[in-house]
Design a protein around this ligand. Structure first.
Ligand SMILES: O=c1ccn([C@@H]2O[C@H](COP(=O)(O)O)[C@@H](O)[C@H]2O)c(=O)[nH]1
Length: 276
């Protein structure tokens, strides 16, 4: 895998639009789909949802926590989701939000960012809150293998601002993380592979993303209240690639595959305005 992630993502977005569909098997959704809240229900839910969604979106984002909740059986289902999504032509962004001291970060790198890993993904989410430099093993492995990272900058939850909005050298911590990512992406075409996570729920103008030259994962769209209008207000026209992420708001349309497909196509159309 040597084609850089930024290039692979740009091409996927050009083909399918910017929507990132989340696979978040909440127990409440399993129950709404008429499934049991156990590993068998998880398997049925995650594979059925992936089968429908991965065919229509550029990026599929399984949320690892909901699989980990079922132990080794859940991880086995996650491995199958990764394979199925890739077969359907979607890039897989595994939402694991890993971040640790450098030596342990190297172990996470082996788990997610190497070709032979059972949980290898095209990109993962990482937390820089042990210091951006602690992410170095993941940054190096991602770059070497054509994979991407999405670094938490300003998360979508209301409490995110408490830490991420604090000032450091005259800018917010979140802005400092965006600037670190931008430095890694400098000069890359069409964009670099170090993305950031910025909630679609934040105030417009809170962050300057114009120099990022990398992708922005924008959760908070849909179930957390942000609308397509908010996406335009928050991200404007000057960002390389904004990926609005929606999980519950799509998944609630299952289990009928036709209804789920109709929902993803409708939302995909709604956010198409963001792709340039
Ligand atoms: O700032 C963040 C970072 C990640 N998330 C994750 O995205 C999905 C959102 O699910 P919805 O059902 O669309 O609300 C979920 O997996 C979160 O862990 C986020 O929401 N905010």
């Amino acid at each position: 895998m040597t084609v850089p992630f930024g290039q692979r993502l740009a091409s996927a977005v050009a083909d399918r639009g910017p929507l990132c569909a989340g696979i978040d098997p909440h127990p409440g959704l399993l129950s709404a789909w008429g499934l049991t809240a156990d590993a068998a229900g998880l398997e049925r839910f995650a594979l059925s949802a992936t089968e429908v969604l991965a065919e229509h979106v550029a990026v599929l984002k399984p949320q690892s926590a909901f699989f980990e909740a079922y132990g080794s059986a859940g991880i086995a289902v996650l491995e199958r989701v990764l394979v199925l999504a890739r077969q359907a032509g979607a890039l897989v962004l595994l939402d694991v939000k890993r971040g640790d001291i450098g030596s342990t970060m190297a172990a996470y790198t082996s788990a997610y960012l190497t070709d032979a890993a059972p949980l290898a993904a095209d990109a993962i989410t990482v937390s820089p809150y042990l210091g951006f430099g602690a992410l170095e093993p993941a940054l190096a492995a991602a770059q070497a293998s054509g994979r991407g990272l999405f670094v938490l900058a300003r998360t979508s939850n209301p409490d995110g601002g408490q830490v991420q909005g604090a000032l450091t050298s005259g800018r917010s911590v979140a802005q400092a993380m965006v600037d670190e990512a931008a430095a890694r992406n400098a000069g890359a075409t069409p964009m670099g592979g170090v993305g950031v996570v910025v909630g679609a729920t934040i105030r417009p103008g809170e962050l300057d993303l114009t120099a990022l030259n990398g992708p922005v994962l924008a959760p908070g769209f849909g179930a957390q209240g942000a609308t397509a209008d908010d996406l335009v207000k928050v991200f404007g026209p000057d960002t390389a690639s904004v990926l609005p992420a929606s999980s519950r708001d799509l998944l609630k349309h299952g289990p009928d595959p036709a209804a789920l497909r109709e929902a993803v196509l409708r939302v995909r159309e709604t956010v198409a305005v963001l792709a340039r």
